[in-house]
Design a protein around this ligand. Structure first.
Ligand code: ADP
Length: 459
């Protein structure tokens, strides 16, 4: 606010004082000109009427001078060539010698009008004699009291106006600084609360007008939404991990306790229970493996190992590896490629991502179904699609299948042994390749997943 006031008032003061000085200078200049012209008039008359010699003319002229001096309120002195006062409208200096610089300059050189340090204006004009010689000087003098009175009057009024303006400026500045600083103070409070972990805090935006402060508040609220989302995803993730690991652990506990607490358990039961325990351990290992893969993908600072890769060869390899799973369910896998496509990819990670899609297609397709894998490309992208004639995904759940641990129907899924992390891994991998992934699915009819990968990467 201090800055605003200085910026608002200091220029006003400077302008006012400059104007006042200019007005004063103007008045003084005008006064100097006026006195000089009056002195010229008097000196002209004295010169033409031979004032110094003729007594009668001298009386008339002195009367005129007195009348002029009274009318204009200045003083007239007539001096001879030795600076001796011959006539003074103030009478007091008659007979004295006046040796001021203006008189000497007028006698020697040229007529002059000047302000002296004592605040008086002197106009000195020479009087010419018969043979054009300077025989005396008319000295007109005046004080500048009236001018200083006028100027100080203007200054008084100006100061009043200035004071009024200053008050208005201060009030306006206080209001402006309130308008700008109050919301910022509120924002700081809310942001401090957020930094303590209270992400539900929001800044109240009541103003309808959009200015930078309102935009800042809205941006802060958006950031808070995002933080809240991240926090709730994190909490959900932790609770999902715990839950997913707890289920196999509980089974292991129940299985092992039932063997331990029973006496004389037959050999076949041992084998059967140990077999079950073993598959639960496998399940836990699978979950932990997938989690580790996701964590590695999340650590963006670990760069992908991009290499020119033959995608056709890569896809064929995946299908070959998963063929036994398909054959076990009598599912027919077809692979078509429109052309040879090679791209800059991290082969290991992309293989895992695409394998997850083919694996899902086999898992979620009932026996005797069909899985179709296609590879295509243009001058910028490679396209891989995996379609199946499986159980499909309900419309309202399609958007969620990339979430960590999300499974469409848990009961359907238990027997498939999935972890709910496969598609998250695929999604993260495709995103890290700057590609995209889309799902088209119809419940009970089948699913198509379409992946686009750019052929080149800006590394
Ligand atoms: P999971 O390990 O359970 O397969 P994913 O992340 O790979 O986990 O998939 C998430 C969920 O999406 C699956 O549990 C399944 O319900 C659904 N899903 C994925 N692929 C298909 C598909 N091809 N057909 C039908 N449902 C699918």
């Amino acid at each position: 606010m201090g800055t605003y006031v200085v910026i608002g008032i200091v220029p006003l003061l400077l302008i006012a004082s400059t104007i006042l000085h200019s007005v004063q200078d103007y008045f003084i200049e005008e006064r100097k000109k006026e006195l000089l012209s009056q002195a010229n008039v008097i000196s002209g008359q004295i010169t033409s009427y031979d004032y110094m010699a003729d007594k009668e003319i001298r009386d008339t002229l002195e009367e005129t001078m007195l009348e002029m001096s009274q009318r204009h309120e200045f003083r007239v002195l007539v001096l001879d060539s030795s600076c001796f006062v011959v006539y003074d409208t103030g009478y007091s200096d008659v007979g004295k010698t006046v040796l001021i610089p203006e008189v000497i300059e007028a006698l020697e050189n040229k007529d002059i009008s000047r302000v002296q340090e004592n605040g008086m204006v002197y106009a000195a004009v020479s009087i010419y004699g018969s043979n054009n010689t300077r025989v005396g000087v008319v000295l007109v003098s005046d004080d500048l009291q009236d001018i200083s009175d006028t100027v100080s009057n203007i200054a008084k009024k100006g100061n009043l106006i200035l004071a009024g303006l200053a008050i208005i400026v201060i009030i306006v500045m206080v209001i402006i600084s309130q308008i700008f600083t109050e919301p910022i103070k509120k924002m700081i409070k809310v942001i401090q609360k957020m930094s303590e972990g209270y992400f539900e805090q929001r800044i109240q935006v009541r103003s309808q007008i959009h200015n930078e402060v309102v935009d800042l508040a809205l941006a802060c609220n958006q950031m808070a939404d995002q933080l809240e989302k991240v926090e709730s995803t994190r909490q959900q993730f932790v609770s999902n991990v715990s839950h997913e690991l707890k289920t196999p652990l509980s089974s292991i506990k129940v299985l092992s306790e039932s063997i331990l607490l029973q006496e004389g358990v037959p050999q076949e039961m041992y084998v059967e229970f140990l077999h079950d325990i073993n598959s639960e351990v496998d399940r836990m290992a699978a979950i932990i493996n997938d989690l580790l893969t996701l964590v590695k993908l999340d650590q963006k600072e670990i760069p992908l190992n991009f290499k020119e890769t033959d995608l056709s060869e890569m896809t064929e390899g995946i299908i070959k590896r998963l063929l036994p799973l398909a054959q076990a369910k009598n599912i027919q896998i077809n692979y078509d490629k429109t052309k040879e496509v090679s791209a800059m990819v991290d082969e290991m990670k992309l293989t895992l991502a695409v394998a997850n899609l083919v694996d899902n297609a086999i898992k979620y397709t009932p026996e005797n179904g069909k899985v179709q894998v296609n590879l295509d490309g243009d001058h910028q992208n490679a396209f891989i699609s995996v379609s199946d004639t499986g159980i499909g995904i309900p419309d309202d759940e399609v958007g969620r299948i990339f979430e960590r641990f999300y499974r469409v129907d848990k009961t359907r899924d238990r027997e498939t042994g999935g972890t709910g992390l496969g598609l998250s891994i695929t999604h993260s991998t495709i995103m890290m390749h700057n590609g995209s992934i889309k799902v088209h699915s119809k419940d009970d009819e089948g699913t198509t997943i379409l992946v686009r990968i750019p052929l080149r990467q800006n590394i």
